[in-house]
Design a protein. Sequence first.
Length: 213
Amino acid sequence: MSARPPILDGELIGHGGYPTKGLIIFSVSVQWDPEPAGKPDAAAEPWHAPSSRHFHGLQREGDRMMFARRALSVVALTVLAACASVQMAAPAQDFAAKEFAKPSRGKAALYVFRNESIGGMVKMSLQLDGSPLGETGPKTFHWVTIKPGKHTLVGKAENESVVEFTAAPGQNVFVWQEVKMGLLSADNRLELVDEQTGRAGVADCEMAEAAAN
């Protein structure tokens, strides 16, 4: 039986010392020590019962969390009370407004909606042609029948925003009241929008009681 050729640096060396092409064989030997010497067994470490100081610390932390939750509840109730201060219309009126029916002959209709939650504690007022129309809060709208022709709508907050429009007979006019919050104030901006945008905005709100119907 002939001797197996030696393996050197990955080359198969033939008899006589000359390289010969063939299968290259590498052998790797790995040794693994599952637990380094000198490291104590975790299971063998002694168990120490929690001290009374530890339990008192947990109790104080729990008291702080409970106080924080109560404080947040008070703030939430305050915000809800402020948001609910706008006089709301009857559900039947809200339903009728969201039918978006064509106004009666010789009339037009105006929708003013505020479909944002921002500035929830801030009420804003509306004036139509110099007369009070009503107040707005977050997620509220107004619906009023108007005469065809030119009209001026004013939104009042920390600022005044004015929009002028001409209503045609049988037309539903939609105005969006946008709220812009500053560091110490809340401003409003009125903008005429198309009917598709207006319907979507009104559908996301509840009807507030108007001062002039």
